[in-house]
Design a protein around this ligand. Structure first.
Ligand SMILES: NC(=O)c1ccc[n+]([C@@H]2O[C@H](COP(=O)([O-])OP(=O)(O)OC[C@H]3O[C@@H](n4cnc5c(N)ncnc54)[C@H](O)[C@@H]3O)[C@@H](O)[C@H]2O)c1
Ligand SMILES: N[C@@H](CCO)C(=O)O
Ligand code: NA
Length: 442
């Protein structure tokens, strides 16, 4: 019989994810212990309200409202409370006491990651966060370990389940955004206040983490360009389908050259985009997540699965717990985060993308030439034009006839494409601009 040493786990938070982590730790403790080489013992669960009903039937004596006391004497602290404070302060206490920390808190790491990773490095502890991006999907460890010998050039991620669910309902079921969001809320995907999801804030935090890890540099949350899906209409989704695209909210992290100096830099942005139907990301339906990674040697890789959900996310948390336990058994300091590059993070204007512009114009001689001139003058080259005559303000009510133009551009600097749209808006030849969306993954 092998004599295992005991490792005490302090769980902070007993909500959607925490209650499943606790259940699985209790149910599968023996198996997890054999995999770790140490006896894993759930020492307690810190919550705000002892009487609140939990998703899993858990022994009442495990619950406490005293998180600080629970941390004392723990070997591994699992933070699943969410939010900035007191999560940050408790993680600092845990690391300072010599414990390893496992967290799923992308919001906290996107803001305070550098100081927490520095502290972990100083005290020789480890901070694991597989659950923070893509829920159950292994993506942090592949970027950090499996791809450590390669150079990642680009990441396109569907990293928010709620927005993917909403956009998918609009595409597949013909819902309006509000209807789809109501279903997402009913099914428990969206939060009571869905702003963080719909506004792209949750995806932006994940983009900051992915970009930092992929490019070995610090990517502050405020340097991530962000647009949400709140203005996406059914009309845009339908037009996208007709043109062979699907609308997805993407987190895009790229290694780029600074257009001004040619120096190496990084770009991170979150916005809705048109993805070609043949791209693997177009096949990501419902609340699923997927992260498409391009690396110099490996080529294209895609990581796909459940980006949220209590039990699914608990899988990622428990993987980190086993890793932490193995490190305790093996001894030695943790692996430091490899943020050595210190690359500048450029604004979205420096990114290279393609635009898809739908506009209404007067159906008169010379108008198309004028539109083409505005694109050329601003450094944007047109790839495709589809024209249909008799737009919304047609000739029937006595006005001059209008045409609808749907223009796709070649790749160009975002700055050039945005300037083109401004010039179109100011032009007398343009009646109105209906939609502007970026094309990605083409
Ligand atoms: N739910 C998911 O699908 C999912 C997926 C990936 C990552 N995450 C992340 O995991 C974390 C937990 O998410 P969740 O959905 O389980 O949240 P939740 O709101 O369901 O649970 C939070 C728990 O923390 C406790 N808590 C909060 N503040 C506390 C405090 N001050 N003192 C003591 N206890 C406190 C609450 O009582 C509750 O038990 C968050 O960081 C979230 O972003 C969640
Ligand atoms: N609200 C998030 C949960 C996972 O981080 C989502 O919809 O993807
Ligand atoms: Na993950």
């Amino acid at each position: 019989m092998i004599e295992y040493r005991t490792l005490k786990i302090a769980l902070l938070g007993g909500g959607t994810v925490g209650s499943q982590v606790a259940r699985l730790l209790l149910e599968n403790g023996a198996e997890l212990s054999s995999r770790s080489g140490a006896r894993i013992e759930l020492a307690g669960i810190a919550v705000r309200d002892l009487d609140k009903p939990r998703d899993a039937a858990l022994p009442r004596e495990l619950f406490t409202t005293d998180a600080e006391q629970l941390i004392l004497g723990a070997d591994i602290v699992v933070e699943l409370m969410g939010g900035i404070e007191p999560a940050r302060e408790l993680i600092v206490k845990a690391l300072n006491s010599g414990a390893d920390v496992v967290t799923g808190n992308k919001q906290l790491l996107a803001v305070h990651g550098p100081e927490l990773f520095d502290l972990a490095g100083q005290v020789g502890a480890q901070l694991y966060y597989e659950a923070a991006v893509g829920g159950a999907i292994p993506i942090i460890r592949p970027l950090r370990d499996s791809l450590a010998g390669d150079s990642v050039t680009r990441i396109l991620g569907i990293v928010n389940g709620t927005t993917n669910f909403v956009l998918d309902r609009m595409d597949v079921d013909g819902d309006e955004l509000g209807e789809a969001l109501a279903v997402a809320t009913e099914l428990g995907y969206a939060e009571a206040d869905p702003t963080a999801d719909i506004g792209g804030y949750d995806a932006a935090a994940k983009a900051a983490l992915l970009a930092g890890l992929a490019f070995h540099t610090n990517v502050p949350l405020e340097s991530v360009y962000r647009e949400g899906i709140e203005d996406i209409t059914k009309e845009q989704v339908d037009l996208a389908r007709e043109m062979g695209y699907v609308v997805k909210l993407l987190a895009i992290c790229e290694r780029i050259a600074d257009p001004a100096t040619g120096e190496a830099a990084v770009s991170a942005r979150v916005h809705p985009a048109l993805v070609p139907r043949r791209h693997p990301l177009a096949a990501v339906h419902g609340a699923h997540n997927a992260v498409f990674v391009q690396a110099e040697a490996a080529g294209d890789l895609m990581f796909y699965g459940a980006g949220a959900g209590g039990v699914q996310t608990a899988s990622a948390v428990l993987g980190d717990v086993v890793s932490a336990a193995r490190r305790h058994v093996a001894g030695g300091p943790g692996v430091a985060e490899s943020t050595h590059a210190d690359l500048p993070v450029l604004p979205v204007s420096a990114a290279v993308t393609r635009y898809h512009v739908t506009l209404h114009v007067a159906d008169q001689p010379g108008v198309l030439a004028e539109i083409a001139r505005l694109f050329a003058e601003n450094g944007a080259s047109i790839e495709t034009v589809v024209q249909s005559v008799a737009g919304p303000a047609g000739a029937a009510d006595g006005q001059s006839p209008t045409a609808t133009l749907v223009i796709g551009t070649h790749a160009a600097l975002e700055a050039s494409l945005a300037a083109t749209v401004e010039a179109l808006r100011a032009s007398a030849a343009v009646t109105s601009i209906a939609h502007v969306l970026r094309i990605e993954g083409a």
